[in-house]
Design a protein around this ligand. Structure first.
Ligand code: C2E
Ligand code: MG
Ligand code: MG
Ligand code: MG
Length: 281
């Protein structure tokens, strides 16, 4: 009997494995068509400047409006896109779309700063050239753009990343180090990158009542500021976090306390409402 059960277990295991393979192949096919079918959409999450308490731009976050009717979040398709060599197409689309959005907002009389995320696998000279071309074609002010690259990706090839960061800065585009603190990288290396902003990861503010976590986040902010970085903290969800972070001299925050990532029209409404009423809870 036990032998039999063991056999069945193996059978089921292969069965689910088979289903997983089919799912992945289907998703791969759908993903390759997604851009052409206009299924990719950029949502924009407001960034709040803590000195002025004004909305100071936003971060573009990609979502896939899947033909089945649900929304797929980047963590569920970016890794696949990287695996199948489709990330360059996605990256190019993100660059084009976000720069077009800056332009559309500009035409409506809004000057809104947009930061875009770039995957480690697409952060290369070709990507930079693509940004440059789109900025020129659209005639937007490069200082309205920012590029977010994860700390881990940037440090894979420090020397090359440093050159890419420099090139972006020469164009007038700021670079920020995303998910800062999660990569266990040495500050000596990070400093050499010469990025202008640190985006400290949400995980560092999850439990600010915990004294150890409090000391860690305080030290990170202090060190970042001493090294002349502009400090952003993402994932702010509570008023308590906001008060503490403001007190610690953080320059800018993002998080659900303010808003999730939203569509462009909703973003403009949000800015107007925030200007008039401040933080409404
Ligand atoms: P990220 O760049 O670190 O973005 C922050 C993530 O935290 C976003 O998830 C955002 O929606 C979420 N978030 C913001 N505020 C809060 C909060 O208060 N609480 C919680 N729990 N979460 C919050 P999202 O949009 O699912 O993106 C996940 C990751 O996918 C991003 O992390 C980024 O690395 C990547 N990604 C997003 N858009 C793109 C893109 O256009 N291209 C590439 N290559 N990667 C992207
Ligand atoms: Mg980001
Ligand atoms: Mg490439
Ligand atoms: Mg992040």
């Amino acid at each position: 009997e036990s032998l039999n059960r063991g056999y069945k277990t193996v059978y089921y295991y292969e069965d689910t494995l088979y289903i997983d393979v089919i799912k992945r192949i289907t998703m791969e096919k759908q993903l390759r068509r997604a851009i052409k079918l206009n299924e990719m959409v950029l949502y924009y999450q407001p960034k709040i400047n803590l000195k002025t308490m004004k909305v100071d731009g936003c971060e573009a976050l990609i979502r896939w409006h899947h033909p089945d009717g649900h929304i797929i979040y980047p963590n569920d398709f970016i890794p696949l896109a990287e695996d199948i060599g489709f990330i360059d197409d996605i990256g190019k689309w993100v660059v084009k779309e976000s720069i077009c959005q800056v332009k559309r907002w500009q035409e409506q009389g809004h000057s809104i700063r947009v930061s875009l995320n770039v995957s480690g696998k697409e952060f290369d000279d070709e990507f930079i050239e693509h940004i440059h071309q789109n900025i020129q074609n659209q005639g937007v002010d490069p200082s309205l753009l920012e590029v977010e690259i994860t700390e881990t990706a940037a440090l894979k090839d420090l020397c090359h990343s440093r050159h890419l960061v420099q090139t972006l800065h020469d164009f007038g585009i700021r670079v920020s180090l995303d998910d800062f603190g999660t990569g266990y990288s040495s500050m000596t290396y990070i400093k050499q990158l010469k990025a202008s902003k640190l985006k400290i990861d949400k995980s560092f503010i999850d439990d600010l009542d915990n004294m150890e976590q409090r000391v860690v986040i305080e030290s990170m902010i202090l060190l970042g500021k001493k090294l002349d970085y502009y400090i952003n903290i993402e994932g702010v969800e509570t008023r308590n976090q906001l008060i503490i972070l403001k007190d610690l001299g953080v320059d800018e925050v993002q998080g659900w306390l303010f808003s999730k990532a939203i569509l462009p029209e909703a973003f403009i409404d949000y800015v107007k409402d925030f200007d008039e009423n401040g933080l409404s809870l």
